[in-house]
Design a binder for this molecule. Sequence first.
Ligand SMILES: Nc1ncnc2c1ncn2[C@@H]1O[C@H](COP(=O)(O)OP(=O)(O)OP(=O)(O)O)[C@@H](O)[C@H]1O
Ligand SMILES: [Mg+2]
Length: 235
Amino acid sequence: MTLLDVSDLEAGYETGQVLFGVDLSIDRDEVVSLLGRNGAGKTTTMRAIVGADEPQIRGGSITFDGHDLQAAQSYEIPKLGLSLVPEGRRCFSELTVEENIRLAANHANDPLDVATVFEQFPELNKMRNRLSKNMSGGEQQMLAIARSLVANPEMILLDEPCEGLAPYIVRRIESIIKEISDDRNVTVLLVEQNVAVAMAVADRHYIIDEGRIVDEVTTERLKTDTELRQEYLGV
Ligand SMILES: Nc1ncnc2c1ncn2[C@@H]1O[C@H](COP(=O)(O)OP(=O)(O)OP(=O)(O)O)[C@@H](O)[C@H]1O
Ligand SMILES: [Mg+2]
């Protein structure tokens, strides 16, 4: 059953149109990736879905769990069960780990217990009183995911969660994505430039290039089709 349906999405900025008819269809419990080069339109797609101030949507439709998201206010979208972990893992730097998570819980309709989230992230539990500004990039990424998870979402959108992280932290983020999918039945849309991460966690992959979805492939095809990877992903 389709949980998120993006159909013929056209969106852009004052400087020009960026998305030209993007279609995505994601079923409940799937883990799907959106892959593409720098500037292909991945973040623009994610921000359009969650109703961010920018980009402006110029056409098409976005439906989540039967709700027309364009008719929803951006503050209502997390309450429908859809959560974005943005690029750059924004947390409140002057708040502790625990305060960051509690604040996110306070804004949710039906949050998980903070203790449940700390069970999922034992490394955050150990530093629950640390200010987020004093954490490593990988720890901050985990905190950003934890803040999303405490709201008990149906679906999480992750925008380049592994960008700039050391390989062992990348492995940990991969296992977290699998855990929230397998144990918590959260549907995931993952934006990545790191194709290996996408292949490790996602079952299906959309490829975006210059604001258009140019292919939709299985992990098997992505592994074996070097021409496709070279043409659209440069790897
Ligand atoms: N706030 C903005 N104002 C104007 N143009 C923007 C804005 N944000 C992005 N763009 C432009 O939109 C296009 C797509 O950008 P987007 O950030 O969606 O790419 P991306 O696929 O997420 O790239 P990356 O992998 O580098 O994060 C680019 O040409 C970019 O310059
Ligand atoms: Mg981006």
